[in-house]
Ligand binder design. Structure first.
Ligand SMILES: Cc1cc2nc3c(=O)[nH]c(=O)nc-3n(C[C@H](O)[C@H](O)[C@H](O)COP(=O)(O)OP(=O)(O)OC[C@H]3O[C@@H](n4cnc5c(N)ncnc54)[C@H](O)[C@@H]3O)c2cc1C
Length: 485
């Protein structure tokens, strides 16, 4: 019997698991995919939002501000990657200053007091490559960039190290409510006193198993284009456009690891599993992004991808014990859910306490987790031929060693696909997109797990990020134009 069963190992399920592991309780984390962070938590902008643009008084606004302030401490404990580089909301028309001033007012109401409006020259000094037609910008120094899937993996690893049980490939297909909950996957049944639904875009479906679905999720896809690291110099901060009635606009940002990223658009889709990309959306993203930074080189595109926003029909985060006693919904966690995640973890603990449960501290709780990637010094003499695993380079593009890969396999969460390894150590994230290192990574995983190499898939089942046919055409066209030059 578990005290708490959490459904969904995205950033939200993982942060709740880690918060619960501070206490002397039995916790199970169930995830339908073959790894943690396979939903929205792996495919988003990776922005730690300043919290100035959320509607005052909403749960979102409260969680975002609080979560933002927890990130630096979290990074010092878990080492997932964080850079508080600041953000700019840029105005290209004089009239847009009105919106910038409104955002400042909103920010002040939300408790954000470090916002500054910059003029043209100040923006150009900070960001020499933005469109010189920029009239000014709202600068938020307390925004940042993080690695969203590394954050999720770090939270889950730390939760597991502190006693949480995790089961992957475990899709919850039904829940029976009696004195306790009987939570069933296809091949097992688990009993728990409290169930926490953190199933992201599927959270209305999961809530429906017990009739706690007093909300609906409308999946909204956001697509991205990721460029090579040699384009990262074009953005020092996160570059937003001034929001309009139509939306927040397309952003241009550096990722934590230095790539340039453009996106996302917003499009309702009928299926939460629809994570393809489309020619129409990618073309729109390029056009819009060029308004902020004209000179990125599209020929340096590495890939495109998309993530699904779990937008709820309540238009705010839902973090509450449902009408079904002991069943907690943590749903509708769209942007800024990543930023809010540390605060949401604490909020769920408060809800549990208010439900009358006593939480005694776990005397063995250790908040720290060692980094997955080891910084290589200038004189690092690794090579693809080296025998020493600490010097044996497996991924040439990202300089990843065999020792880093082996370490990632043995951290308590099963790592059994090439993409799971990619999210942990970045093998396959570089220019060749895994063409060189993919088979080598598979061999190391097979050797360490003592399984045939054919049993190490690229992805796990059901987590397709393959571009649609038309976006493959988009990339072919880019390559063709490169050859013609
Ligand atoms: C395009 C886009 C851009 C964004 N940009 C930002 C940003 O810059 N900053 C920011 O703060 N936030 C951002 N967000 C929001 C942020 O990504 C999400 O709020 C956050 O990742 C939600 O985490 P989650 O754990 O609720 O959902 P998910 O990561 O989707 O996790 C839910 C998990 O539940 C699992 N699951 C579902 N059903 C079941 C079942 N029946 N049984 C077992 N497991 C199940 C899924 O497989 C999944 O792993 C963005 C989101 C998107 C889509």
């Amino acid at each position: 019997m578990y005290d708490y069963i959490i459904i969904g190992a995205g950033v939200i399920g993982s942060t709740i698991a880690r918060e619960l592991s501070r206490y002397d309780v039995k916790v199970l984390l169930l995830e339908k995919e073959n790894d943690v962070s396979c939903g929205a938590s792996k495919a988003n902008s990776g922005i730690v939002h300043g919290g100035f643009d959320d509607k005052p008084g909403t749960v979102k606004a409260k969680m975002c501000r609080k979560g933002n302030r927890m990130f630096e401490q979290l990074e010092s404990e878990l080492h997932f990657g964080l850079e508080m580089c600041g953000s700019l909301v840029m105005a290209f028309e004089e009239e847009e200053f009105e919106t910038l001033n409104e955002l400042v007012e909103r920010g002040i109401t939300n408790g954000i007091h470090d916002l500054v409006i910059l003029d043209h020259d100040q923006v150009m000094e900070m960001e020499p490559y933005v469109n010189p037609e920029v009239k000014g910008a709202l600068y938020c120094p307390s925004s940042g960039i993080t690695s969203p899937f590394e954050l999720t993996i770090a939270l889950a690893e730390n939760a597991v190290a502190n006693g949480v049980e995790i089961k992957l490939n475990s899709e919850v297909v039904s829940i029976e409510k009696g004195e306790t909950f009987k939570v069933s996957t296809i091949d097992a049944m688990y009993e728990g006193k409290v169930v926490i639904n953190a199933a992201g875009a599927y959270s209305d479906r999961v809530a429906g198993f017990v009739g706690a679905d007093n909300f609906k999720i409308i999946p909204r896809r956001g697509e991205y284009i990721l460029l090579n690291k040699n384009q990262g110099y074009l953005a020092n901060t996160v570059l937003f456009q001034c929001p309009t009635k139509v939306g927040k606009g397309i952003l241009v940002t550096r990722t934590y690891h230095g790539n340039l990223m453009l996106g996302p658009n917003a499009q309702e889709v009928s299926e939460a599993s629809d994570v393809g990309t489309s020619l129409e959306a990618l073309t729109y993203i390029v056009e819009q992004a060029r308004k902020s930074v004209a000179d990125f080189d599209l020929k340096k595109t590495l890939t495109s991808f998309s993530g699904i926003r779990a937008t709820s029909d309540r238009h705010d985060f839902i973090i509450e014990e449902s009408a079904v006693k002991n069943f907690i919904n943590v749903a509708g966690i769209e942007s800024p859910g990543l930023t809010s995640s540390p605060a949401i973890g604490l909020e769920v603990i408060e809800i549990i306490k208010s439900m009358g449960y006593e939480l005694k501290p776990n005397p063995n709780f250790n908040p720290n987790r060692k980094p997955t990637l080891i910084k290589k010094s200038e004189d690092f003499d690794g090579s693809t031929e080296a025998e020493d695993p600490k010097k044996h380079i497996v991924c040439r593009c990202e300089n990843v060693t065999e020792a880093e890969i082996v370490d990632a396999i043995h951290r308590g969460i099963p790592v059994n696909s090439i993409d799971s390894m990619k999210r942990r150590v970045r093998a396959g994230m570089g220019l060749c997109q895994g063409a060189y290192c993919g088979p080598r990574v598979a061999e190391i995983i097979a050797r360490e797990l003592n399984i045939p190499v054919e049993d190490v898939p690229k992805r796990g089942g059901g987590s397709s990020t393959l571009p649609h046919r038309e976006s493959r055409w988009f990339f072919k066209e880019i390559k063709k134009s490169e050859k013609n030059e």
